[in-house]
Design a protein. Structure first.
Lengths: 302, 221
């Protein structure tokens, strides 16, 4: 290879490598900190087992407040992810297949939850529930568990819609047209031909929405509050522990979230189909917003 | 019979105006023209996938201008086959019969018969992924013929095939015509293909539609 070519590729690798190192460094620092604290706490004890039992992570897992927060996170993320995909499938399909006036405008409009500062999303939700008919339901939603799910949904769904639109864009519309000439109604063509082909896209949309919901914080803080044992999810736990100066617990909860996010990432890679599909669907940034689809952002918007 | 009468279609900046032609019952019409001249647009109008701005479209003695694609009863083979990726070949061949609530045993019999005729019996349990170009087109053709349509529309069905497979498919298309007597409209940009099969041959150029004598057509674009 010519020297200039090598120089070019090396420069690219160095610049790109800095970011890879940054990600690796952040995760390693969390683990190193946790290991140091565990060893320090177990210094007067014998054996490796005591290091594990004295780990702040184990402490966190013993704490009923954190347990509640883990449980609420799992439930709310799952519900908001399911809800996101349920909405994203029809919306993504319409955006991909139907040409109507104002389509491009609507396409940009759907990016609003992605580009809007998270705190503003929360505030806007709060204000929305001051007006009828939303205000009628406000007492059972605002600062209650449903607010957690709604706040997560309102941002996560935008990512699902992007993913589903990209999925339907990749499915040849000719197949549907052939199905219609074979006697299928539009609904039959969709349910028999298009929907089965979109399964991998739906899994990606689901996991992306789930991970996005897990990291949601700003809107939650404003719209659902941060009441312990009530509207506390994992990102809220990190914030609350930091507030009382308990860095150990905050890092411990963060690592629990890292674990959750990694599980989701691996699941997506395993179920997400052909490499080129999943790279396009998962890594592809939203078209108009330059913001990455952040899988793990515990402090997002704080 | 396929009959277009003063049909006008507009798609964005592109427009075809006052198109009229007739392909008699049992005829094999071939429509030739350069890529992008509107051949597919005409085909889509006949199939009902595109609304037309003026004119009438008749199939046999039925005016289908306002009918949905599902009710027109046209077999359609698009360029690359557009096979359903998540259905076995057997299911694709039987889909139109399922939709029409044909009894399972009758449908199965029809699928076997079609597969045998098209030489794709060995593919029946397979999914489209990994099928060769020729196999895909046979499956697509079988799927289009499964419900015994009165009209068959083929959009560049041979363009993605190597020359040997193309020869075989050409023969097969001739056989389809003989055996079923289905009225066909075949769209292509390949002159050789057009001359072999056409009866009658049409040419579309610069928005004008004209009938050409298939034997004299040699040398035309």
């Amino acid at each position: 290879m010519a020297f200039s070519d090598r120089l070019f590729l090396t420069s690219m690798a160095i610049i790109g490598g800095v970011y890879v190192l940054l990600i690796a460094g952040m995760l390693l620092a969390d683990f190193a900190y946790m290991a140091r604290q565990s060893v320090a706490a177990a210094s007067d004890q014998e054996g490796w087992f005591s290091v594990i039992t004295h780990s702040p992570i184990v402490d966190a897992l013993r704490d009923p407040k954190i347990r509640y927060s883990i449980r609420l996170s799992l439930i709310s993320c799952t519900l908001s992810a399911l809800l996101s995909v349920f909405v994203a499938v029809p919306l993504g399909y319409l955006m991909s297949r139907v040409r109507f006036p104002g389509r491009r405008l609507l396409d940009a409009f759907l990016d609003i939850p992605i580009v809007l500062p998270p705190l503003v999303v929360g505030l806007s939700l709060l204000i929305l529930f001051q007006f009828a008919p939303f205000s009628w339901f406000a007492p059972s939603i605002v600062y209650q568990v449903p607010a957690v799910i709604l706040a997560q949904f309102s941002v996560a769904c935008a990512f699902s819609v992007r993913t589903m639109k990209a999925t339907f864009d990749q499915i040849d519309p000719r197949c549907e047209q052939v199905a219609r000439t074979l006697g299928c109604s539009r609904f039959q063509a969709f349910s028999l031909v298009v929907f089965p082909e979109a399964d991998r896209g739906m899994i990606t949309a689901l996991t992306l929405a789930w991970a996005r919901s897990l990291g949601e914080f700003g809107p939650l803080l404003i719209f659902a509050g941060s009441t312990r044992m009530k509207t506390e999810v994992l990102s809220t736990s990190v914030f609350l522990e930091m507030n009382v100066g308990n860095l150990e617990a905050a890092v411990a909860v963060s690592l629990i979230m890292v674990f959750g996010a990694v599980v989701i990432l691996v699941l997506t890679r395993l179920l997400g189909g052909a490499p080129e599909d999943r790279v396009r669907a998962l890594v592809r940034p939203p078209e108009s917003a330059g913001r990455p689809s952040g899988l793990q952002e515990p402090g997002d918007g704080a | 019979m396929i009959q277009l009468e003063g049909v006008t279609m507009v798609a964005g900046n592109f427009a075809l105006r006052d198109i009229s032609f007739t392909i008699p019952t049992g005829g094999y019409g071939v429509l030739m023209g350069r890529t992008g001249c509107g051949k597919t647009t005409i085909l889509e109008s006949i199939l009902g996938l595109r609304t037309i701005q003026a004119g009438r479209i008749r199939l046999g003695d039925v005016d289908v201008t306002e009918l949905s694609p599902a009710l027109r009863g046209i077999g359609y083979v698009p360029q690359d086959g557009a096979l359903f990726m998540r259905m076995t070949v057997r299911r694709q061949l039987g889909l139109a019969l399922d939709i029409r609530r044909v009894s399972a045993s009758q449908a199965a019999e029809r699928v076997e018969e079609l597969a045998d005729w098209l030489g794709i019996t060995y593919l029946l349990e397979r999914y489209p992924r990994g099928l060769s170009g020729g196999e895909r087109q046979r499956v697509a053709l079988g799927r289009a013929l499964s419900f015994v349509p009165r009209v068959l529309c083929l959009d560049e069905p041979l363009s993605a095939l190597d020359s040997e497979t193309r020869q075989q498919m050409c023969e097969l298309l001739g056989e389809v015509r003989q055996r079923t007597g289905v009225t066909t409209l075949h769209v292509t940009h390949n002159l050789d293909e057009a001359q072999r099969l056409a009866d009658p041959l049409f040419r579309l150029a610069d928005g004008r539609f004209e009938r050409v004598d298939a034997s004299v057509g040699r040398g035309a674009p």
